[in-house]
Design a protein around this ligand. Sequence first.
Ligand SMILES: [Zn+2]
Length: 47
Amino acid sequence: MSMHVHVRLTDGYAVTEDGQLLEHSSCHCGASWEKTYRVDEGKPESI
Ligand SMILES: [Zn+2]
């Protein structure tokens, strides 16, 4: 089998109660991630 490399497709963003930016992303294989950014430490590089 060939190695699958996840492709993170951004599903959307939300803001947590803490004021952090929460990024929802998923791969076509079904894997998903949630990543938070601390807004007070700078903006995410992926945008
Ligand atoms: Zn994948």
